[in-house]
Write a protein of this length. Structure first.
Length: 221
């Protein structure tokens, strides 16, 4: 496929060759999409950092000779714009708690149908995030006493920010929110930034969790 600006470029890392082959074949079959697969973290990062013109990194956390969490931090530090999707069979509470503190765009369980992975990739490609209900529900159970979900802030949000927060809690992306609320995408981005500052969160995972907790608490008042 000739590469153009419209092609969505994916890199995938998994140390199981059979899984990786199926994953790359599946995603490369999507319209205007290329997917390169790697079983070795060194080869992947050499490719990623030497080029940098990739849109999405799909990563399994359980890696030989590497800490998946440190890989995420390093990629985010060096390539701030690339989207990161975690594709893992592990759903332990400690893992979810660590993921909540990282700047990622989605989590998909390997225990789910591959259609969930395709849906997540398409959602992230459109500027959204893809965290399953199970992930967000489990996340609420593993927050520490110092975390953003211990108690919701007592403030009342302005109407515009509240509407954006409600949309975010439903998993809507920036474009969908802009269309639903008749706002520009820049305005939605401004509201989202304000919300992150208000809730004292640093990534979209924490904002989604905080949004759901805040809205739930408002319903009990």
């Amino acid at each position: 496929m000739p590469l153009t600006d419209d092609v969505y470029r994916i890199l995938a890392l998994d140390d199981h060759p059979v899984v990786l082959e199926g994953l790359t074949h599946l995603l490369s079959s999507l319209p205007d999409t290329t997917c390169q697969g790697f079983t070795n973290i060194g080869t992947l990062t050499d490719t990623l950092y030497s080029n940098g013109e990739y849109d999405l990194l799909i990563l399994d956390l359980e890696l030989p000779n590497a800490d998946g969490f440190e890989v995420i931090k390093d990629v985010r530090k060096r390539l701030g714009q690339i989207a990161i999707l975690i594709y893992t069979m592990h759903e332990e509470p400690w893992l979810l708690a660590k993921l909540a503190r990282l700047d990622i765009q989605g989590v998909v369980s390997k225990n789910r149908p591959t259609s969930d992975l395709v849906d997540a990739v398409n959602t992230i490609r459109q500027g959204g995030t893809s965290f399953s209900e199970a992930f967000l529900e489990q996340l609420k159970q593993v927050q520490t006493k110092n975390d953003v979900l211990k108690s919701s802030p007592p403030f009342t949000l302005p109407e515009g920010e509240m509407k954006v927060l409600q949309c975010l809690s439903k998993g809507m992306n920036t474009k969908e929110i802009a269309e639903a609320l008749y706002l520009s995408e820049n305005t939605v981005g401004t509201y989202r930034h304000r919300l992150m500052v208000r809730f004292g969160v640093h990534n979209v995972v924490q904002l989604l969790a905080a949004a759901r907790k805040y809205l739930e608490d408002r319903q009990t008042i």
